[in-house]
Design a binder for this molecule. Structure first.
Ligand SMILES: NC(=O)C1=CN([C@@H]2O[C@H](COP(=O)(O)OP(=O)(O)OC[C@H]3O[C@@H](n4cnc5c(N)ncnc54)[C@H](OP(=O)(O)O)[C@@H]3O)[C@@H](O)[C@H]2O)C=CC1
Ligand SMILES: O=C(O)CCC(=O)C(=O)O
Length: 417
């Protein structure tokens, strides 16, 4: 397994913002990692022992914040990389959080619902001592959802012997979740795409979009983009892609998935199914990547025909592919901006949980739009002024904020927890 390494882009950004030696040293490595073995009693009476991690990359700006991933490929290196991106994302969005992430190496599709609940609760018991509303606040990520967050929040409250709604975000609304969190990642991405296309004078109706990944981030994005008048011509899940040249309505596809269907088996009017790789090569204006890391690498970047790549997933374009797209003048709208709607509404949920003052859906939607629009404008303006890609602009803003805090704190040895 390779170790986490700071991307080359960070060194360029350190130079561009004239970062101090303290800043370079502090951000070169994670603050803390906790590894646990989670013991889950299977329904057949056997025991599964599953490795899990929680990484706090940097907590200079506040408690660690970030999702928990259940996936067979999860590794400490991957969780560290995801926690690093969370650190930059929270800073870019000006949230009072550092970056964290969690993961369990498991195939959740092989677990029954009660086994999944045991796993979620066991994970919280395992990492309890690093968690807390002022220390580290988990949320959903790949293969975890509101239901899983509800179990995690409940387990946390049971151990503390008092209700702690701000200890976990992304919970169901009936358990203290926030209006708008479930669609927030897709909604935030749509705000960024709208902002970018408005600068190109391009209308949604003349914009063809393909979406890789049809889970929380991708399916909500596809539905919201369709509702906003974009022509969504293809969507995919891990089984394959559905294509409809005239545009498709993601609603029936979501219902099909909710009933346990795989998109490769979808048989809707005017739709055809193709392999997942074919989606990347479609002749579209926007390729929205909402599945996993490294969907586009140096091996397949030549297939991409879209003029804009929208990163809803974390790290879906490898650094090598990013450079190749830049040479071809394909604009990559970066993950730490595009998918930041999720953590932004998680922040709103944390505030609501701490204060007991719950906001209505319009209030959440309005605040999310204001923050996404403002941050997208900052990133796109800096990219234009400095003639750098939007990712580099986003990193400069984020690292600049963390750097100011590191330098202001001086010889601090404070870690959360
Ligand atoms: N949930 C959130 O709030 C946030 C999520 N993100 C990021 O968005 C990405 C997706 O997360 P999320 O939507 O929550 O996860 P989900 O588990 O809800 O959905 C993941 C989707 O990706 C699909 N998928 C997996 N592998 C492939 C593949 N090779 N090709 C096509 N589709 C594939 C899955 O298919 P299948 O349905 O067949 O399993 C599923 O539809 C991740 O990178 C995550 O870190 C970022 C910010 C916030
Ligand atoms: O909602 C959150 O706190 C974090 C979501 C997340 O994991 C991410 O943005 O990648």
């Amino acid at each position: 397994m390779r170790d986490f390494q700071l991307p080359d882009l960070m060194h360029r950004v350190f130079d561009a913002i004239d970062a101090s030696d303290d800043v370079r040293a502090r951000l070169a490595q994670r603050d803390r990692v906790m590894e646990v073995q989670i013991v889950v009693r299977r329904d057949d009476g056997s025991l599964a022992v599953l490795p899990g991690w929680r990484v706090q990359y940097d907590t200079t700006l506040g408690p660690a914040k970030g999702g928990v991933r259940f996936h067979p490929e999860v590794s400490p290196t991957e969780v560290t990389e995801l926690a690093f991106w969370m650190t930059l994302k929270c800073a870019l969005m000006n949230l009072p959080f550092g970056g964290g992430k969690g993961g369990v190496k498991v195939d959740p599709k092989a677990l029954s619902p009660i086994e999944l609940e045991r796993l979620a609760r066991g994970y919280v018991r395992g990492i309890f001592e690093v968690l807390g509303p002022d220390d580290d606040i988990p949320a959903p990520d790949v293969n975890t959802n509101g239901r899983v967050m509800g179990w995690m929040a409940d387990e946390y409250s049971i151990i503390e012997r008092r209700r702690q709604p701000a200890a976990v975000t992304g919970k169901p609304i009936c358990l203290g979740g926030s209006a708008g969190r479930v669609s927030a990642t897709g909604q935030g991405a749509l705000h960024v795409l709208d902002a970018w296309l408005a600068r190109q004078d391009r209308a949604p109706a003349e914009t063809r979009v393909a979406v890789q990944g049809f889970g929380n981030a991708g399916a909500h994005f596809a539905s919201l983009a369709h509702a906003a008048g974009y022509r969504v011509v293809a969507v995919s899940d891990s089984s394959g892609a559905v294509v409809r040249e005239d545009g498709l309505d993601p609603g029936p596809l979501r219902a099909f998935k909710a009933d346990g269907g795989h998109l490769a088996d979808y048989d809707g009017a005017g739709c055809k199914t193709v392999g997942g790789d074919a989606l990347l090569a479609l002749d579209v204006d926007v390729l929205a990547l909402a599945a996993l890391q490294n969907a586009v690498t140096e091996d397949n970047v030549g297939d991409v025909r879209a003029g804009t790549v929208l990163e809803l997933a974390n790290g879906p374009v490898s650094p090598g592919a990013d450079g190749a797209l830049r040479e071809r003048e394909v604009t990559v709208l970066p993950d730490i901006l595009v998918n930041a709607g999720g953590v932004t509404v998680s922040y709103y949920e944390w505030i609501q949980g701490r204060t007991g003052d719950y906001w209505d859906a319009d209030t959440v939607a309005g605040r999310l739009k204001t923050r996404m629009d403002r941050t997208a404008a900052q990133v796109l303006d800096l990219a234009e002024e400095a003639a750098i890609p939007p990712r580099e602009a986003a990193y400069r803003i984020a690292v600049g904020r963390i750097a100011d805090a590191i330098d202001s704190r001086g010889n601090s040895t404070y870690f959360s927890g």
